[in-house]
Write a protein that binds this ligand. Sequence first.
Ligand SMILES: [Zn+2]
Length: 240
Amino acid sequence: MFLGRFRGSLGKVRRAWLNPVMTGEKVSGLESERVAGILREDIMLGRRPPGARLVERDIAAELNVSRLPVRQAIWTLVSEGIVVQKPRSWARVREFSVKDIRDFAEVREAIETLVFVLATERHDDAGIARLREIVAREKAAAAVEDADGARTAAAQFHLAALALAGNDMLDELASILVTRLRWLFGQHDNLVESATEHEQIVESMAARDVDAIRVLLPKHLEGGREAAERRLRRLAGEGS
Ligand SMILES: [Zn+2]
């Protein structure tokens, strides 16, 4: 039972992953997936902040759907680790602690460094062209302070590297972590700096410079961790 549900949610995460903001596609399929997609993006983009209540009735009215798909969507987000549902209480957007961020950061560094090392070894010209195109979009968005656009491109950059790594096991691990990671670490404070670092990373990949990637990646991710901690403290400050 548990495993079945777990597998089901994994499939949803994987589909959710490239939907809808990241590809610009409309979510098709089940109503609950559509609702989960909307709520996920609201949470990602801070429109529903940590601690915010997710009230089925209100969300159903807001999105003009019945309560069942809303309930299912909330379960999906619980399984992705960004919503908590305690017995006899409202579901709420998860509030992460500094320890949560550090725990994630350790796991992320190991996985992402491996992703980029493999992608550096295995990429083809088309893959590098795609990464350069994404970075160009990220830079253009950062230059005009289009935070959503820059962050969406930044997330695409990491996903494109994952595709180039060509390792199904890494895909699977990433699908479990991606929603939380994107939320916690996707909110670069300094959009221009993030785009510049991505550019350095692509050029090292193009040169197949694995040693440079082993230095650049942890440094890049460390900046993300610091930004996530700053953001958490700021949110905690606002909440009090
Ligand atoms: Zn990045």
